[in-house]
Design a protein around this ligand. Structure first.
Ligand SMILES: [Zn+2]
Length: 189
């Protein structure tokens, strides 16, 4: 879903390449005097926990029919990532999260930049949207079981390990025994 521009989205003319000091050769529209950088959708993914160290796992078969996961959604134009996280959780689960903390950023299948958050919500009932079939509060071991086998590069697994380490809930190696979590170093360029 990374969009690389060959024609100007504003005037429709074919773009040329222009040297930029910082970014090398970049697509450029001379009539519009505008650079067209590649663009891609940006989404938030939220791991919500409560005062009993339980986390929310949801089943949404339009996204994945096999596994349970956390809540996620695209950021709307003009919205910041924190607002998107609060809005998505409100829409999907009918609950109000707070105390958002960053858990880093991830590329999802090479096409969506995922901004990951840890968020708190006191234990309460859900009021699910039509998009969500089921949502449950479960402890981290049950959550790991529901998430299923580790899928390389997915934010879910690394986020859970960050949460478990932060609150010293269990040995992270117990969550997915024998499976390695791919945890990219964000500063390794
Ligand atoms: Zn143009």
């Amino acid at each position: 879903m990374v969009l690389h521009y060959e024609y100007c989205p504003q005037c429709g003319r074919k773009l040329s390449l222009r040297e930029s000091k910082e970014d090398g050769m970049v697509p450029w529209c001379d009539p519009c005097k505008k650079t067209w950088y590649d663009s891609f959708p940006t989404a938030v993914i939220v791991l919500t926990y409560n005062e009993y160290n339980e986390v929310v796992m949801t089943r949404q078969s339009h996204l994945t029919y096999r596994h349970w996961m956390y809540n996620s959604g695209f950021i709307l134009p003009g919205e910041n990532a924190e607002h998107a996280a609060v809005r998505e959780i409100k829409e999907e689960l009918g609950i109000e999260i707070r105390n958002l903390e960053s858990l880093g950023t991830y590329w999802f299948r090479g096409g969506v930049l995922m901004i990951a958050f840890l968020a708190f919500c006191p234990k309460c009932e859900f009021h699910l949207s039509d998009e969500v079939e089921e949502a449950v509060w479960v402890d981290v071991k049950k959550a790991a079981e529901l998430a299923g086998p580790v899928r390389p590069g997915c934010a879910d697994f690394a986020m859970m390990i960050d949460y478990v380490k932060k609150y010293d809930l269990c040995d992270p190696d117990e969550l997915w025994p024998g499976q390695t979590i791919e945890r990219p170093d964000p500063f390794a360029f």
